[in-house]
Every structure is written in structure tokens, then in C-alpha cells.
Design a binder for this molecule. Structure first.
Ligand code: ATP
Length: 243
């Protein structure tokens, strides 16, 4: 079952670096079950936009919210960020999987998955171990739970990073170049996994140079040229129609 409910909304986002306008009143929304790919020229601001959504970068103007929880809003023509506590609550709704995975090298795969939810006291250790084991099984790493990250292939590390992000039950999951370190077979495995995750309700946003991957696995593709003009929600496919 897919829903048409919007989870994330970014309105009139503008961002300039050193006099170069990257985003100009850019409008974007992400619905439940969607997989949206941001594609386009190098340096056009794709990663910057994703970093704005994940609060790693500040917008100059605009508003961003997940459901009713605002990260920033335009008030009196200024972009005002929410207070620390609200930003923390916002960030619990959105996960980011980095291009280089950023696994903790000194922790086992299971410990990598447990670190953040234990620190945030999301549940008892026993329940979190159960959840991590289920997720690592879903990403086909049940036999690797106790190994260290350096013993894994790029595709396996990517799947650990995905399981780790899912431990926080995010409504939105962002990926920066999810296939850049992977061969074709591993990319396909990740694409299928992203579709499975999207079907469970998590909305997915990815930045990619891999146009074939974007075409095959996304429900919608946005070219970064639209960052400089107000965008529409054209070219949307329903995930339930995809194989
Ligand atoms: N913190 C920063 N300070 C100054 N300039 C920055 C900063 N972050 C990004 N930029 C510049 O903004 C532009 C857009 O960068 P960004 O990484 O968002 O592009 P991109 O579309 O993701 O590129 P690529 O496809 O090569 O990853 C680049 O010219 C980059 O140098």
C-alpha cells in the first residue's frame, strides 16, 4: 500500500556561497514511499541541498519541515532556525547515509547499529539488539553481526550504514552517492533494498551521478537545473508500479 502523504516540505530555499547562487527559491516536497534522486552537473548544489535538509548547512532563506516539525521558517523576510531542542527532534526524523559510510572502525557491526539508539535511550538494550539483528538480517548481513567494519566489502559496509540509519526509525532517509563505491551487482542490491525500505513508508532522497540507477530505482528524478527556478512535481512514478 502506498500513500500520497507529504512528509518533508522545503519552501523557497535559497543558498549562496561566495556570491554563487546555488538555490533560488527552490521548492521541494517528499511523500511517503517516494524515492527521489537529485541528479545534475557537478557543483550545482545537490549535496548542499541535502545538507540543508539534514541541518549540516544553513539555508539563507526558506522553510523546511518534516510533518509538523519545522527546522527553519521564514519570518519577517528572515530565515529563522528552530531552537536546539526542536532541531534535535527534527533530526530524529531524518537520517543521512554518507558516501564513505562513516562506520565506527573500533566497533563491531552490531555495536555500530546500537551506538546512537543506546545513547538516545530509545529502548532497552535487549530490544535494540533484537531490532538491530532483524535489520542486519533484512540487509543480508546476519552472519556478519560480530565482525569489524574493515573486514567488509563496500556493498556490505553500505548495508550496515543503512541498517544503522534505520535503527532510529527515520521518516526520511538521505543518501549521498549511494552507489559511488559499488560495482553493478552491489548497486542493484542496494537499489532493491531502497525500494523495500520505501515500501515500508520511509521516504528516500538520494544524490547521485548514476543516471541508470536513478532511472531504475527512483520514483522521481529532479535535475539540479531546477534549483535555480521554482520546481514542479512532474515525472512521478508510484513505487507500487515498480519492479
Ligand atoms: N561550505 C562551503 N563553503 C563554500 N562553498 C561551498 C561550501 N560547500 C559547497 N560549496 C560550493 O558550492 C558548490 C556546490 O557544491 P555541492 O557539493 O553542493 O555540489 P554538488 O552538486 O553536490 O556537486 P558534486 O556532484 O560534484 O558532488 C560548489 O562550488 C562548492 O565548492
Amino acid at each position: 500500500m502506498t500513500e500520497n502523504r507529504t512528509i518533508l516540505t522545503a519552501k523557497n530555499i535559497s543558498k549562496t556561497f561566495n556570491g554563487k547562487v546555488l538555490l533560488n527559491n527552490f521548492n521541494f516536497s517528499l511523500k511517503k514511499n517516494e524515492i527521489v534522486s537529485l541528479v545534475g552537473a557537478s557543483g550545482s548544489g545537490k549535496t548542499t541541498f541535502m545538507r540543508i535538509l539534514t541541518a549540516l548547512e544553513r539555508a539563507d532563506k526558506g522553510s523546511v519541515q518534516i510533518d509538523q516539525l519545522a527546522l527553519c521558517e521564514t519570518k519577517e523576510n528572515e530565515c529563522q532556525y528552530a531552537h536546539k531542542k526542536q532541531i534535535k527532534a527534527y533530526l530524529q526524523q531524518i537520517g543521512l547515509v554518507f558516501q564513505d559510510f562513516q562506520l565506527f572502525p573500533h566497533l563491531s557491526i552490531l555495536e555500530n547499529c546500537l551506538e546512537a539508539p543506546l545513547a538516545q535511550k530509545l529502548d532497552s538494550k535487549q530490544n535494540l539488539i533484537q531490532q538491530a539483528t532483524a535489520l542486519l538480517t533484512q540487509v543480508q548481513l546476519a552472519d556478519k553481526i560480530h565482525v569489524m567494519p574493515h573486514t567488509l566489502s563496500g556493498g556490505q559496509k553500505q548495508r550496515v550504514a543503512i541498517a544503522r540509519a534505520l535503527m532510529l526509525n527515520p521518516k526520511v532517509l538521505c543518501f549521498d552517492e549511494p552507489t559511488s563505491a559499488l560495482d553493478q551487482a552491489a548497486s542493484k542490491t542496494i537499489g532493491i533494498l531502497l525500494q523495500e525500505i520505501a515500501k515500508t513508508g520511509t521516504a528516500i532522497l538520494l544524490v547521485t551521478h548514476d543516471l541508470a540507477f536513478a532511472e531504475k530505482f527512483s520514483t522521481r528524478t529532479i535535475d539540479a537545473t531546477t534549483f535555480l527556478k521554482k520546481s514542479s512535481l512532474a515525472n512521478t512514478k508510484d513505487i507500487s508500479e515498480m519492479n
